[in-house]
Design a protein around this ligand. Structure first.
Ligand code: AMP
Ligand code: MG
Length: 426
C-alpha cells in the first residue's frame, strides 16, 4: 500500500482578521481547529506494536467474537426442549466439551453432557446449567427446573460479528483495543505515521543540561525535558532541537532543522514583543507570524506561525505558562495534525476549597489538586515562575472568562492532568 501524503498546511494557516485584539480561549480554539488538518502519511503495523497509534482506516472484524456459540460457565449442557418444571433428571452422555477440545458428535435429545467454560456448544446443546446447581452420580444429572432457554451460553458473534467495524478511523489504540482486535483475528492495522514534533528552547540565560555548571545569572532549561516527555506521552515522536541563544541566526538555523525533521515545532521563550524576543521577530520577518493575543492567564502570548511549511507553536518561556499553553492549545492542535482528531479535556465540577475574586475578560488556569474530601485546592502562589506548583498540582482549575467571586464550597471546573491524555503527578 502506498502511503498517502496529505496536503501541507497553507502559509496563512494562522492568519487572524484585522483588528482582532484579545481573543477568548474558546474562539482561539475554534480558529485552531478550523485551520488544521492531518499531515501524516500512513503505515501498516502489527497489532501487538500498535499501542497508542492512531487508526488511519476503520478496523474490521476478520472473524466473530466468539467465533462459535460456547458455554459461559462450568456445568452441563443439553437441549432446552427436553426440560420442564420441577426436578429434572437427565442421563449423562459419555465424553465432554472443553475449551479447545470440542465434543465430537451430536448430543441426543434428553441427555446431558459435561461442558466447561469457553467450550463450543456441540450440536444438540443450547442451554447450560451451572455445576453448583446440579447433583450427579456420574450416570445421571439432577437439577431444579425450570431453566431459561440458552442460559449460561454465549451466541456466536454476540460481541462483534465478522465483517463488522470493530474500531473507527481516528481511534487512538488502548490496551483494550489491542485485545479486541486480536480476538477478532486482526493482525495488522493501518495507522497514521507518528507525528514528529520538534522542541526548541530559546534564551541566552539557559544552560541546556543540569549536569553542566551554571553561573548565578544563568538558569537551567526546564522546558525542554518537560515538553519532550509530554509529547512522547501523547504518542508523538519528539525531536530534540536543543537550545538557542537569543540570536536570530541560531534560532533560524534550528527552525530550519526542525522543519526538515519534524511535522510541527514547539518553541519556548522569546515569543513576546520585547527587545530579546527573537522568536516572534524572526517568525514575523518570515511573513507568516500571528501573535495571538489570547485572553488567558497564564500563557500570553502564543506566537503561531508557519516556518517552511511547518507549523510553529511559540510557547511562552515561563514553564508554568509553557505547560498550560501546551496542554490547552498545543495538544488539540497536534492531535489534529496527527490524525487523532480534535480533543478537549473532560473536566469535572467539584467544590472549591479556596477563595478567589477574578475580573472579567480572560480565562484563568490555576494549579490545583483534589483534597481528601473531594474539594479542590489551589497552589498558594499564582506566580508563574513557581515550577514547584506545577509539580504539586494534579491538574488545573479553569475559571471562566467572566468575573467571578469564588467562596469555599462553590462549584468550579477541575481538569485533572489525566484528562489531557497524560498521567503524571500525585
Ligand atoms: P521569555 O518568554 O523568553 O520572556 O521568558 C520568560 C521567563 O521564562 C524568563 O524568566 C525566562 O528566563 C524563563 N524561561 C525561558 N525559557 C525557559 C526554559 N527553557 N526553562 C526555564 N525557564 C525559562
Ligand atoms: Mg527569553
Amino acid at each position: 500500500m502506498t502511503a498517502l501524503i496529505p496536503p501541507r498546511l497553507r502559509n496563512d494557516t494562522f492568519a487572524m482578521p484585522q483588528g482582532v485584539t484579545w481573543v477568548p480561549v474558546a474562539e482561539a480554539l475554534d480558529r485552531l481547529r478550523a485551520a488544521l488538518h492531518p499531515v501524516t502519511g500512513t503505515e501498516d503495523v502489527a497489532v501487538a506494536c500498535a499501542m497508542g497509534r492512531v487508526l488511519a482506516a476503520p478496523a474490521t472484524a476478520r472473524r466473530s467474537n466468539p467465533p462459535l456459540p460456547n458455554s459461559a460457565v462450568d456445568g452441563y449442557g443439553f437441549a432446552h426442549a427436553a426440560t420442564g418444571d420441577g426436578v429434572q433428571r437427565l442421563p449423562l452422555a459419555e465424553g465432554r466439551s472443553a475449551a479447545g477440545q470440542p465434543f465430537d458428535g451430536v448430543l441426543p435429545q434428553g441427555q446431558a453432557l459435561r461442558i466447561l467454560t469457553g467450550a463450543v456448544l456441540p450440536e444438540g446443546v443450547d442451554t447450560v446449567v451451572l455445576e453448583e446447581d446440579c447433583a450427579t452420580d456420574g450416570q445421571t444429572l439432577a437439577f431444579d427446573g425450570p431453566i431459561k432457554p440458552r442460559a449460561n451460553t454465549r451466541k456466536a458473534g454476540e460481541d462483534v460479528a465478522q465483517g463488522e467495524q470493530a474500531l473507527p478511523a481516528g481511534r487512538m489504540l488502548s490496551p483494550a483495543d489491542l485485545a479486541l482486535l486480536t480476538a477478532l483475528g486482526v493482525a495488522q492495522v493501518t495507522v497514521h505515521r507518528r507525528l514528529r514534533v520538534a522542541v526548541l528552547s530559546t534564551g541566552t540565560e539557559l544552560i541546556p543540561d543540569p549536569a553542566l555548571p551554571a553561573a548565578p545569572h544563568q538558569i537551567y532549561d526546564a522546558n525542554r525535558p518537560m515538553l519532550l516527555s509530554l509529547l512522547a506521552g501523547w504518542g508523538f515522536q519528539p525531536v530534540d532541537l536543543g537550545h538557542a541563544l537569543d540570536e536570530p541566526d541560531q534560532i533560524a538555523a534550528l527552525l530550519d532543522r526542525g522543519a526538515a525533521e519534524a511535522d510541527a515545532i514547539l518553541t519556548s521563550g522569546g515569543a513576546s514583543a520585547g527587545d530579546e524576543d527573537h522568536v516572534s521577530k524572526l517568525l514575523g520577518d518570515s511573513g507568516t507570524l500571528t501573535s495571538w493575543r489570547i485572553a488567558i492567564k497564564p500563557g500570553r502570548p502564543l506566537a503561531l506561525a508557519m516556518w517552511q511549511g511547518v507549523p510553529v507553536f511559540g510557547l511562552p518561556g515561563n514553564p508554568v505558562a509553557a505547560l498550560t499553553c501546551a496542554l490547552i492549545f498545543a495538544r488539540p492542535a497536534l492531535l489534529t495534525l496527527s490524525g487523532a482528531g480534535w480533543r478537549l479535556p473532560q473536566g469535572y465540577t467539584v467544590p472549591a476549597a479556596f477563595q478567589k475574586r477574578k475580573k472579567a475578560g480572560r480565562r484563568e488556569y490555576l494549579r490545583a489538586r483534589l483534597n481528601e474530601g473531594g474539594a479542590v485546592e489551589v497552589f498558594q502562589s499564582e506566580g508563574s515562575g513557581r515550577i514547584s506548583g506545577l509539580s504539586w498540582a494534579t491538574g488545573l482549575v479553569e475559571l471562566p472568562d467572566e468575573a467571578c467571586d469564588i467562596a469555599p464550597g462553590d462549584p468550579v471546573r477541575f481538569l485533572p492532568y489525566g484528562s489531557f491524555g497524560v498521567s503524571f503527578g500525585g
